[in-house]
Design a binder for this molecule. Structure first.
Ligand SMILES: [Zn+2]
Length: 109
């Protein structure tokens, strides 16, 4: 396997999305190739940092503030309703805001 091929697969490998046969080929390349191994280490470090961010909570008032801003912009008829048609990200955002704020990754402390 060439470096270019390996690099294309490294992200998927880090996410555990590669089929076993391909994963083992990439893995063999990583054993032999220091440059790709460095890239692998970098991606793994990024993934660990991203996972650490899951434990970071938004400030307590943020959800309420966004909900209020949405309500105000809706009440004011911002965009005349054309900018954000039904089924747009707006309803997804509203559903997100309606959650209790616990995505299950954090305790109740
Ligand atoms: Zn390589």
């Amino acid at each position: 396997m060439q470096c270019e091929q390996a690099r294309e697969q490294i992200n998927a490998l880090a996410d555990g999305e590669l089929a076993e046969a391909i994963a083992s080929r990439v893995g063999r390349h990583l054993v032999e190739c220091g440059a790709c191994r460095d890239e692998w280490d970098r991606i793994c470090a990024l993934g660990e940092r991203a996972r650490a961010w899951r434990d970071v909570c938004a400030p307590p008032g943020l959800r309420g503030w966004i909900a209020a801003a949405l309500w105000v912009s809706e009440a004011a008829g911002c965009g005349g309703g054309d900018a954000l048609p039904d089924g747009s990200g707006m309803s997804a955002l509203r559903a997100f805001l309606a959650q209790d704020g616990d995505d299950g990754t954090k305790g109740t402390e």
